[in-house]
Ligand binder design. Structure first.
Ligand code: ADP
Ligand code: MG
Length: 660
């Protein structure tokens, strides 16, 4: 079907490397077990070749089998929790198989499908497989499914566990492989009723662990000075540094590069980086640099393996999702990692030779590190419940969760969906709910889009939703250029807030014919804008499928912005804050329990309006609300009359509660 007659020299060259990966030693054992069982668990050290090789083994096994009537084609799917991993690994595997990406080997991530009818091996995010299950509940397109990085226990992977268990009983011809780095073997085996387990022993060299004697006050400073110290005092070998996010990473990279100049190659690694830049971490370090320094988010912990790393710098933090059912607030917070994560990070240093891991915390702190609960226990579940409902799981309580979420969290999710009009009194999906579930956006944004025609501004809300779904479009350079960047941003600023500012950027991009130079001059991220255009096209297709009107209020009408803001509020009415005049602070209203919040410094408002709607709640040292827009209090009752029932919500309530 896909076998070529001749392969390129590169193919044979890579094949030699592949054959040295630990999983190759157990290829026959794997194939045997795979043939004899419907399901296999596979545990192997990071870098042993699971993600790149096992799907190819599976493909080989599957291609040799006879077609079955249930299955229309021979697709093998391999899920990844992270978008970057799906795109990066599939490219690598396409290269290993000597084919063009998007043909026999492809990937599908949200808003980007790089696969074709020819595709027989597809890497996709776990969230995308869930989406596919909505349209194709028995996953008929697939002959085998591989759930990778199961140890990460992402929300979507946890749901797929429960879902696939059921699908397997209805599809005896479907095969499932669950792969992970460090697996709580017992929990998994029990859950998957004693499926056979294959262990791939790692080939790790010893890693010396060094702790600090005192806790570090500033882990970023400490990480940078540790890198410089390693470079000056230690023998050759690449360095991998773990930090928590894009901004921090870019900051660290430029500071290290400034200090060490061209003796080293400093590379950032995070999810929103373009693929070509990501690929650089795998390339040999060009002279005169003698050392590669990769500064990465958690991606490099288990998802991507960089060969040649000898030194790991681990400050002990990562950005983690947290959820407080009491306040219904989900946010990202820089938090201490677990011991398992710390050990994974250290392991990255011993891939090719004995290495060293510099932990920027004390040994006592390491011993005090706690296990991180799975994402399902740390999330707002509105989206999950919507997905499950659409998948036909009506009784959430009896769904076969590996670890069931707290009843209060489920109840909160049901309440949110009810307020959004996605569920009726009998807890069934409404027509709006059906449509919302098919839009690949969170429920609030989906709702905003679904009502936008009624507010006569679906064109604008489509553009806004697209802008909110892509990486930040504003480039924020360090140093001298930052002033010019701020000035550029202020030219787009809309005094009523960030949502309208994003809309201004989108319109300006189109008016300037999507010109990359225009972006460059205005400190706008061209790639982000291009993907916004593409996301918008995809959303338009969905709107058309639902036969919704694409319309705009005339730009010279007084209602142009009013309508947009009302549609925005119709989705996000549960995320509203009000200014407390006496203190000058914002307090969130209603279910979020009057939390004191601050406007994120990135906001574009030129004043402090009484009422604002916000998109994100960000916790750092303080509580911030980010992406905010000025609204009018009376719209709340107009847009969400049941939620903001004036009789139940007297004006003084905010203050009363605050006093208490
Ligand atoms: P695992 O999933 O067990 O952690 P992988 O299959 O991801 O292991 O990695 C196996 C090997 O493939 C590693 O040595 C890694 O460096 C290499 N590799 C993965 N992606 C690329 C790439 N894009 N370019 C070069 N090498 C790669
Ligand atoms: Mg892997």
């Amino acid at each position: 079907m896909m076998r070529k007659k001749t392969y390129s020299p590169r193919y044979w060259e890579i094949l030699e490397k592949r054959k040295n990966l630990p999983v190759w030693l157990q290829k026959q054992e794997f194939l045997q077990t795979f043939k004899q069982n419907q399901m296999v668990l596979l545990v192997g050290e990071t870098g042993s070749g699971k993600t790149t090789q096992i799907p190819q083994f599976v493909l080989e096994a599957v291609l040799n089998e006879n077609p079955s009537p249930n299955c229309k084609k021979w697709l093998v799917g391999c899920t990844q929790p992270r978008r970057v991993a799906a795109t990066s690994v599939s490219r690598r595997v396409a290269e290993e198989m000597d084919v063009e990406i998007g043909e026999e080997v492809g990937y599908t991530v949200r808003f980007e499908d790089c696969s074709s009818p020819q595709t027989v091996l597809k890497y996709l995010t776990d969230g995308m497989l869930l989406r596919e299950a909505m349209a194709d509940p028995l996953l008929q397109r697939y002959k085998a499914i591989i759930l990778d990085e199961a140890h990460e226990r992402t929300l979507a992977t946890d749901l797929l566990f429960g879902l696939l268990k059921k699908v397997l009983t209805n599809r005896p011809d479907l095969k499932l492989v669950v792969m992970s780095a460090t697996l709580e073997t017992d929990r998994f085996r029990k859950y998957f009723s004693d499926a056979p387990l294959i262990k791939v022993p790692g080939r790790l060299h010893p890693v010396e662990i060094l702790y600090t004697l005192e806790p570090e006050m500033d882990y970023l400073e400490a990480a940078i000075s540790t890198v410089i110290q390693i470079h000056t005092c230690e023998p050759p070998g690449d360095i991998l540094v773990f930090l928590t996010g894009e901004e921090e990473i870019e900051d660290a990279c430029s500071r290290i590069a400034r200090k060490l100049g061209d003796q080293v190659l400093v590379l950032p690694l995070y999810s929103t980086l373009p693929p070509a830049v990501q690929q650089k971490i795998f390339e040999p370090t060009p002279k005169p640099a003698v050392r590669k320094i990769v500064v990465s988010t958690n991606i490099a912990e288990t998802s991507l393996t960089i060969d040649g790393v000898v030194y790991v710098v681990d400050p002990g933090f990562s950005k983690q999702k947290i959820y407080e059912p009491k306040t219904c607030v989900e946010s990202l917070l820089v938090s201490p990692i677990s011991q398992a994560s710390a050990d994974q990070r250290a392991g990255r240093a011993g891939r090719t030779q004995p290495g060293k891991c510099f932990r920027l915390y004390t040994e006592k702190s390491f011993n005090d590190l706690k296990q991180t609960p799975p994402e399902i226990l740390r999330s707002n579940l509105a989206n999950t419940v919507l997905t499950l409902k659409k998948l036909g799981v009506n009784d959430l309580v009896t769904f076969d969760f590996m670890e069931p979420p707290a009843p209060a969290t489920l109840a909160g999710a049901l309440a949110d969906l009810f307020h959004l009009g996605a569920l009726d009194d009998e807890v069934n999906l409404t027509k709006t709910g059906e449509m919302m579930s098919e839009v690949p956006l969170d429920p609030q944004m989906a709702k905003m889009l679904m009502v936008s025609s009624q507010y006569n501004c679906s064109n604008e809300i489509l553009s806004l939703s697209a802008m909110l779904s892509v990486p930040n479009c504003f480039i924020r350079p360090r140093g001298e250029a930052s002033k010019a960047a701020n000035e550029a941003k202020s030219r787009f600023a809309h005094i009523d807030g960030d949502h309208l500012t994003l809309l201004n950027v989108y319109h300006a991009f189109l008016q300037n014919n999507q010109d990359p130079n225009w972006c460059y001059e205005n400190f706008i991220n061209y790639k982000a804008m291009k993907s916004a255009v593409s996301v918008r096209e995809q959303l338009v297709r969905i709107m058309k499928r639902f036969q919704m009107k694409l319309c705009s209020t005339g730009f010279d009408s007084r209602d142009y912005y009013v309508n947009i803001k009302k549609a925005l509020l119709a989705g996000y009415f549960m995320q509203v804050a009000r200014l407390e005049k006496t203190t000058g602070h914002y307090l969130t209203v209603k279910d979020t329990n009057n939390q004191l919040v601050h406007l994120h410094p990135s906001n574009c408002l030129d004043h402090k309006p009484e009422w604002i709607v916000y998109k994100d709640y960000v916790k750092t040292s303080r509580n911030f609300i980010r992406t905010v827009t000025h609204i009018r209090g009376e719209w709340l009752v107009e847009v969400a009359p049941d939620y903001y029932n004036l009789a139940k919500f007297p004006k003084c309530e905010v203050n009363k509660k605050r006093k208490r």
